[in-house]
Design a protein around this ligand. Structure first.
Ligand code: UDP
Ligand code: MG
Length: 323
């Protein structure tokens, strides 16, 4: 018997839950039909510390439907941690993380499963059209992925979100990655395996409002860069080396100039420019080193990524790390 785990992190989504299930069930049913007569689905909701009625509704849904289970986190840990909790607790042979707001169309699951049955271990879903996201989000996302891929040690596909299919083998590898500063898109790409891609059009959010504020997106971006790159750390040796070479050349020029034309020491302006410029660079490089160092400090504390407060079913897998 093969199981498909649909993992859905939810945070204050009381209005989206039943709409999501209504839309997802037929699509997942078609995907199961492709797999075989004894295939079944598991809907695993991760309640990421919701403060509205999401928790109550999920409890009722789980009681009424044997294929729905709920993991409740003890507070809002953020989508990346909630998704990690879902992946840790999913028992299926393939795991599909999906947003509850129907921006990831459930019909794509059928295509994903088709590729999975054909042998792919990771099936990415690429948004071919993001016109429903605002102009700012689109442009900033594009710029960010350009930069990230320039810097990153491994390619992270643009326009691919968390919505994808992960084979059990890939999931088991991801579960071993205990990184604190989660950037799932980076981890999903880092693991490798046989990858297939399906294209889809990103829908507008069904109900509710986006849970990402600009500040959160910014820290996700910084997490993404520091989790997948070391280039920003190394670059300072080259910048420093370059500036030192220029300084030596300028010193040689000054010596020659003084010897040939006599003593002359104007230059308050040039000194100020050099001092302020280099001071700024110093602070910038220290700040970047600080970003990485802060993450090292977080890793060293060894806290778990999330805390499970309650679980509607018997645990199918242990929580990643002891508390
Ligand atoms: N989400 C979550 N915890 C958070 C923020 C969001 O579990 O702290 C969930 C949310 O309920 C939804 C998914 O992550 O299922 C995507 O959130 P949203 O639609 O707000 O993000 P966007 O689509 O704007 O990137
Ligand atoms: Mg959304």
């Amino acid at each position: 018997m093969r199981t498909l785990s649909i993992v859905i992190p939810v945070y204050n989504e009381q209005d989206s839950l039943s709409l999501f299930l209504e839309a997802a069930r037929p699509a997942v049913g078609r995907a199961l039909a492709l797999i075989g007569p004894d295939a079944r689905a598991e809907y695993l909701f991760v309640n990421d510390g919701s403060s509205d009625r999401t928790g109550d509704i999920l409890t009722i849904l789980a009681r009424l439907n044997p294929d729905i289970s709920v993991v409740t986190l003890s507070r809002n840990f953020g989508k990346e941690a909630a998704l990690a909790a879902g992946i840790d607790h999913a028992s299926g042979d393939a795991v599909i993380p999906i947003d509850v707001d129907l921006q990831d169309p459930p019909e794509v699951i059928v295509d994903m499963v088709r590729h999975w049955l054909a042998g792919a271990q990771v099936v990415n879903a690429r948004r071919s059209d993001r016109s429903t996201d605002g102009w700012f989000k689109r442009t900033s996302a594009r710029g960010f992925y350009r930069l990230l891929n320039r810097l990153s040690d491994y390619p992270i596909p643009e326009n691919v979100g968390d919505f994808r299919l992960l084979d059990r083998q890939a999931v088991d590898v991801i579960k071993q990655l205990g990184e604190q500063a989660r950037f799932n898109k980076g981890l999903f790409s880092w693991i490798g395996f046989r990858v297939a891609t399906v294209d889809y059009v990103r829908a507008a959010r069904g109900t509710g409002t986006t849970k990402w504020r600009l500040g959160k997106l910014w820290s996700l971006a910084i997490d993404g860069i520091t989790a997948s790159t070391t280039m920003p750390l190394r670059i300072w040796s080259y910048i420093g080396g370059g500036i030192a070479c220029l300084a030596f050349a300028y010193a040689a020029f000054l010596v020659a100039h003084t010897i040939t034309t006599g003593v002359d020491t104007p230059g308050y302006a040039s000194i100020m420019v050099a001092v302020l410029g280099l001071g700024g660079l110093n602070l910038l490089s220290l700040g970047i080193i600080g970003e990485y160092l802060g993450r090292v400090a977080r890793e060293v504390r060894q806290r778990p990524l999330y805390v499970v407060a309650d679980q509607s079913t018997v645990p199918v897998a242990p929580v990643a790390e002891p508390i």
